[in-house]
Design a protein around this ligand. Structure first.
Ligand SMILES: Nc1ncnc2c1ncn2[C@@H]1O[C@H](COP(=O)(O)OP(=O)(O)OP(=O)(O)O)[C@@H](O)[C@H]1O
Ligand SMILES: [Mg+2]
Length: 486
């Protein structure tokens, strides 16, 4: 269909008006790059009120790219899609342009290029910024010392195969990323904890995160202990769990060494205490037997000498009497010292009698009323344990005398199930938890260590104005109760 001249000019007018309102820049170029038509946006972008040559808008470097684009476009390679290019304007400004070319022929059958240009600089810069920051995050994700992985949380709270895994995880577990991404976390990370993991997922769901210990199983079959920090996240619009796994081999090794060295020190302390106890027993026996016998022999001799003196030898008789008194005093002293070193009653009558005896001694020497209430059944306590309990009791009483300002002490010894329980309760000023836990409180530490070495405990409690209670618990074989462990 042919348009008559009038209609043709009208159409041209309306098209030109329409293009002028376009938000995109529009221009029509001939094969030499000369501008036949351009709209308002075009002039705004290139700051060119009377555009003549398209290429002259650009710097020398960018002109080469534009020329190539135009040449390609005018020959056979007509692009059907838009092209994005970063170009430099002649004033040095950098612009990202999207170029959308299309062709038509004018009435003289000349091929003209209709070029739509969109300024996409800010969009492109945002995209590049986003890519850069994603790149940075990915490199942090990959270069961290911890293994990181993500799994979806499937229906029924089970975990999917890995959906994200960092390079550290691949290195630690000795897999390639492709191999690992097909694995299920239970088979390589929670190897020994699959059952436990149901509970952990519950915690993650209710609290949003959980920290737990796990074992990683490498491709070559090595076990690596790990501390796992897990978080509930939304990944690709689905609930997922992010796991950060820290290799704790070295920490566990250090902890093991500390534990072992602590055990060695405890054993050494126990050994030293046993030696000390043996020496005390030996010295007590030597003093009691040897010195006691000597003094008794001396006493007999001096008594015999005394009997040989006649009535007139008053002075000598007095000397003999005072010597005999001195020997009696010495025998008493020796007995007291021997008792102090290792009370006979402990070895001969057992712990119950020894505690009773010690309580009476304490009352006598300090004036603090010490009452004993013992309601123990038949039980057996070996020598080591009865010595330990007795020494703990002595230390507790010494503390009452030295620190408590008390005038009454109640001692309670009883058995409960397979425990022997000794309570020493004073009505003094009380003790603070800081004093109990102070590493310088060596007396208290000694009591605790002594009990601990024999499988028992010492607890010291105090409440406002109610004095201090020391509670010792030691495992025993209770003869009245059927012992499950017998
Ligand atoms: N029954 C008690 N009442 C009040 N304070 C106490 C009592 N027992 C201990 N304490 C406090 O706890 C502290 C620590 O006691 P601990 O037996 O460890 O050390 P110590 O008696 O001072 O010295 P030692 O090493 O000679 O025993 C004491 O200094 C005292 O302040
Ligand atoms: Mg003390």
């Amino acid at each position: 269909m042919q348009l008559n001249n009038n209609k043709y000019h009208n159409l041209q007018f309306y098209l030109s008006k329409l293009f002028n309102e376009f938000i995109e820049a529009v221009c029509v170029l001939d094969h030499q790059g000369l501008i036949i038509y351009s709209n308002k946006t075009y002039s705004n972008i290139f700051n060119d009120a009377e555009p003549i040559n398209f290429i002259s808008n650009f710097s020398f470097e960018s002109q080469k790219q534009i020329l190539q684009f135009l040449n390609n476009s005018f020959t056979e390679n007509i692009p059907t899609h838009s092209i994005e290019k970063e170009l430099e304007l002649k004033n040095g400004e950098l612009l990202w342009l999207e170029l959308l070319p299309s062709f038509f022929f004018n009435d003289k059958n000349q091929k003209l290029l209709l070029l739509i240009l969109r300024d996409i600089t800010s969009k492109k810069r945002c995209e590049l910024q986003l890519l850069k920051s994603e790149d940075q995050y990915r490199s942090i994700f990959n270069q961290t010392n911890d293994a990181i992985c993500i799994c979806y949380l499937n229906y029924g709270n089970s975990l999917s195969n890995f959906i994200e895994i960092n390079e550290t995880a691949c290195r630690v577990l000795e897999y390639t990323k492709e191999e690992l991404i097909e694995q299920n976390p239970y088979s390589v990370i929670f190897n020994k904890y699959e059952g436990e993991f149901v509970k952990i997922i519950d915690i993650i769901l209710s609290e949003g995160h959980a920290i737990f210990d796990a074992v990683q199983l490498t491709k070559s079959g090595k076990y690596i202990p790990a501390e796992v920090n897990s978080h509930l996240i939304i990944y690709n619009d689905k609930p997922a769990v992010l796991f950060v796994l820290r290799d704790v081999t070295q920490r566990e090794e250090a902890e093991r060494k500390i534990r072992e060295s602590g055990e060695r020190l405890r054993n050494l302390a126990l050994h030293l205490q046993n030696i000390r106890e043996e020496e005390r027993t030996l010295i007590a026996r030597e003093i009691h037997d040897e010195l006691g016998q000597m003094l008794t022999f001396l006493k007999i001799q001096i008594t015999l000498i005394g009997k040989k003196l006649n009535e007139n030898q008053h002075l000598l008789k007095e000397k003999v009497d005072s010597s005999l008194k001195m020997i009696d005093d010495s025998i008493n002293s020796i007995q007291r010292i021997a008792e102090k070193l290792r009370p006979n009653v402990l070895d001969e009558l057992g712990i119950e009698a020894a505690i009773d005896w010690q309580a009476k001694e304490f009352s006598e020497h300090t004036g603090i009323i010490c009452t004993c209430e013992c309601s123990v059944g038949e039980f057996s306590l070996d020598k080591e344990k009865s010595t330990a309990l007795f020494r703990i009791f002595q230390e507790a009483l010494t503390n009452v005398a030295r620190h408590a300002n008390a005038n009454k002490v109640l001692v309670n010894l009883n058995t409960y199930k397979n425990q022997l329980i000794l309570e020493i309760k004073d009505n003094g000023k009380g003790i603070t938890q800081n004093q109990v836990n102070n590493p310088k409180s060596l007396g208290i530490l000694g009591m605790k260590e002594r009990a601990m070495l024999l499988g028992g405990t010492v607890n010291i409690k105090s409440s406002m104005n109610s004095g201090t209670t020391v509670r010792v618990e030691l495992p025993i074989i209770n003869k009245n109760v059927t012992n499950l462990y017998d």
